[in-house]
Design a protein around this ligand. Structure first.
Ligand code: SRM
Ligand code: SF4
Length: 569
């Protein structure tokens, strides 16, 4: 019988597939090229991702440097693996220390509950990755064609449900790591096997790993803060009281697309099958194996599970999944309507202790512009030794606090100029933005750096329409890849050109419906004024309790455009 992890002689393969196979279990020449002062070559740029780092350059200075005849300012982004976003106080302090030493004093909370370091120079790459490992975290498989960091509800409620969600995220994240020791040899000085000609066997990933990145999120219907349906595999845990009934597996979520390429598109995962409480790892493996063996390895733009699901259809996917699982699978069970919980501010954990959720605009923890964000967070962790938990909304929760921590903790924030959650408008509190320029090599336009002024202008437009402090989700990205999940928001603002953004409307706050492109190109300076008459009409026409996204969803594209005086996208 042929091994499905091996390519068939007729299979068309992308260049990255060749790089993976030739890498001897992700080794390639990473160690040799690391020792050279030159940047990594293209093949190793790809391999490095599996080790958790991206080689890029400072895009702000690139043009000037070129004019001066200088090379780009090469630098690295490093991403840690933090299942469910949960750290210990000691780990947080050590990550903070590494950020100061190697990462320009910045920690960036991501939309998948991890920390990214930016601006690490090549000479510090190994020390930073080793330092992250010293904290008992890893960067292995945080990028690349593997199962990524597993996300889940961050709420540290002391009950069976929340403990189980965290345990499940850790279980899947750990069990689905690649088995190659390359990472340990290159970054942690583990002794190498002399004269190695074959990679160590990896029963899940083989030599070729997966066709593309693979994302898993775990939610419960009463807290979908992870946007579970945007994952390749969205797992919804179903409970009756304190008893876990089982899990619905939703397949084929993913948001990346390319402007003007309709064959690429965002998709929400389809709830397909139900598995029992003891089958989580087995069921998850079956889905990963299905994508491993049948995903498109010829065209990376068509390689995510979502395209396989649409190309083959749900009956084929279910029947094939049953083969990997080894028995018939029950259809997904009905689920209640999803909700999203606001974890900012003070909350009781249920064990006499409290957690405090702090909004971090764009997840950027850094001292700048008179706000000593990083220093304040460090002081809080040093003072109270809480359990820090990163959220999929780029925020942080400090758990396990005594009630008497309140005044002192808030005083530390105020003293360092950090805004308390209650000072944010709802729009600002829920807004997400990806890093985009200057660190992201794919950015067409700004996101993180324009988030605050843009949200302020949108807030002003809301206020003019009588909607001050309306709760709605706004997500901004510098390109259509969708890193801040803009297509699952009520308002998605997506980098289109160096000056313009596409505007998407009509998603829902709970992340169960995609929005749609209403305007293809709007100048940054005109986004708020474009939204203003739409807000006005919503304020006049909405039914009691009707959310902005739900109202926009039932308007036609032409109606929404004509409100702004524009008749075309
Ligand atoms: Fe992402 C690529 C940042 C969550 C879809 N993403 C990138 C890269 C690595 C750019 C690159 O490939 O050169 C970005 C690094 C920028 C920088 O300067 O740091 C990047 N993605 C991020 C983060 C940091 C955004 C954030 O604001 O936090 C998130 C890190 C998550 C993590 O900790 O692992 C991040 N990316 C997402 C999400 C949201 C999610 O998973 O919940 C998505 C949409 C869901 C999805 O996967 O479809 C997402 N990122 C992409 C894509 C499009 C994938 C596709 O199928 O087409 C790319 C580009 C690619 O893979 O080719 C991408
Ligand atoms: Fe970069 Fe685009 Fe992702 Fe933003 S959405 S981080 S610009 S890849």
């Amino acid at each position: 019988m042929t091994d499905p992890k091996q390519p068939s002689p007729t299979e068309k393969l992308s260049e990255v597939e060749r790089v993976k196979r030739a890498s001897l279990g992700l080794r390639g020449q990473v160690a040799e090229q690391l020792a050279s002062p030159d940047p990594f070559d293209d093949a190793h740029y790809q391999l490095l991702k599996f080790h958790g780092t991206y080689q890029g350059y400072d895009r702000d200075s690139a043009t000037e440097r070129k004019q001066r005849g200088e090379d780009k300012a090469w630098e690295f982004m490093i991403r840690a693996r933090i299942p469910g976003g949960k750290l210990t106080a000691q780990q947080y302090l050590e990550l903070d220390h590494l950020a100061v030493r190697y990462g320009a004093g910045s920690l960036r909370v991501t939309t998948r509950q991890t920390i990214q370091f930016h601006a690490v120079v090549k000479g510090d790459l190994k020390a930073t990755i080793a330092g992250i490992n010293d904290t008992l975290l890893t960067t292995l498989a945080t990028c690349g064609d593997v199962v990524r960091n597993v996300t889940t509800s961050p709420a540290p409620i002391a009950d069976a449900k929340h403990r189980r969600l965290q345990d499940d995220a850790r279980l899947l994240s750990t069990e689905l790591l690649p088995t190659s020791r390359a990472y340990h040899e290159i970054w942690l000085d583990e002794e190498q096997v002399a004269g190695r000609t074959e990679a160590e066997p990896d029963p899940l990933y083989g030599e070729r790993y997966l066709p593309r990145k693979f994302k898993i999120g775990i939610a419960t219907p009463d807290d979908n803060v992870v946007d579970v349906l945007t994952n390749d595999l969205g797992i919804v845990a179903l409970w009756e009281g304190d008893t876990l009934v089982g899990y619905n597996l939703a397949l084929g979520g993913g948001l990346g697309m390319t402007h003007n390429k309709p064959k690429t598109y965002p998709r929400l995962a389809t709830p397909l099958v139900f598995i029992g409480p003891d089958d989580l790892l087995k069921g998850t493996r079956a889905v990963v194996e299905l994508q491993r063996d049948h995903g498109d390895r010829g065209d990376r733009r068509h390689a995510r599970l979502k395209y396989l699901v649409d190309d083959r259809g749900l009956p084929w996917i279910k029947a094939t999944l049953e083969q990997y699982f080894g028995s018939a699978l029950e259809d997904a069970r009905p689920m209640p309507r999803f909700q999203i919980k606001d974890h900012t501010g003070w909350h009781e954990q249920g064990d006499g202790r409290f957690y405090y959720g702090l909004s971090i605009p764009s997840g950027r923890i850094k001292d700048r512009d008179g706000v000593q964000f990083r220093t304040a967070l460090r002081r809080i962790v040093e003072t109270f030794a809480p359990t820090p938990i990163l959220t999929p909304t780029q925020d942080i929760l400090f758990a396990d606090l005594p009630n008497n921590a309140r005044a002192k903790l808030e005083a530390i924030l105020v003293e360092h100029g950090v805004a308390l959650p209650q000072s944010f408008t709802q729009a600002a509190r829920w807004a997400l933005a990806c890093p985009a320029l200057p660190t992201c090599g794919l950015a067409l336009n700004e996101a993180e750096r324009i988030r605050e002024p843009l949200i302020a202008r949108i807030d002003a437009a809301l206020a003019t329409a009588g909607l001050a402090n309306e709760k709605l989700s706004i997500r901004i990205t510098g390109c259509p890849n969708g890193c801040a999940r803009p297509y699952a928001a009520e308002i998605g603002i997506v980098g289109r050109t160096a000056t313009d953004y596409a505007l998407f409307l009509g998603g829902d706050f709970e992340g169960t419906r995609l929005n749609r492109r209403i305007f293809d190109r709007i100048h940054l300076d005109r986004i708020a004024e474009t939204l203003a008459p739409i807000f006005q009409a919503y304020a006049e026409e909405r039914e009691t309790g009707e959310a902005f996204g739900d109202w926009a969803n039932v308007q036609t594209d032409d109606r929404l455009r004509s409100l702004t005086g524009k008749l075309a996208a």
